[in-house]
Design a binder for this molecule. Sequence first.
Ligand code: PRP
Ligand code: URA
Length: 209
Amino acid sequence: MGNVYVFDHPLIQHKTALLRKQETSVKDFRELVKEISMLMAYEATRKLPLEEVEITTPMQKTTVRMLKGEDIAIVPILRAGLGMVDGMLALVPNAKVGHVGLYRDPETHEPIEYYCKLPNDIEKREIFVVDPMLATGGSAAAAIDFIKARGGKKIIFMCLIAAPEGIEVLQKAHPDVDIFIAAKDECLNDHAYILPGLGDAGDRLYGTK
Ligand code: PRP
Ligand code: URA
């Protein structure tokens, strides 16, 4: 079974609290999503493989440890996942970015795919699938299905807020995937929204409500 990491860092907790407040503006919401994603990326990239490389400093030759190749892919689940990409790219600027487009059917809450474009060499890459919300888990599980069907193997899922129901569904569907969460919430409501949550992440990022 994959590991589940819930962050207890004070900066992440503080910024996630600001994100939840209904009076937080679209501009501040976007900035907070970016900042939290960057802080989370620092920890979520902890196990990336390193290789020894010989370099020359102004003083002498030396062997240092550097990231092995440029073998990272960030895959946001459209549309809200897009908000997490820039924060991650701030730390891993050479990562390639794929996109999976999904939306939840408002009646059934089932994910419907409308777009998928991944780097050609996705099978070689460490893949970070990002989406601010893990509610029923249907979208994340389906997105990872699509990525695996196209060859993706080493996958990590990162979200800001998760419901226990979503964590369980994702772990069952993809036991090989580690999950990084800024805050684990209480439950889902009757419309499969997370409580206390932050509302609709896509609408809050893009001001569409
Ligand atoms: C939201 C969110 C996740 C999904 C989570 O997207 O960004 O992708 O719901 O719910 P689930 O775990 O129950 O599948 P939404 O479908 O609202 O689309 P949007 O990002 O385009 O707003
Ligand atoms: N999607 C959201 O944006 N928010 C939720 O609470 C659940 C799904």
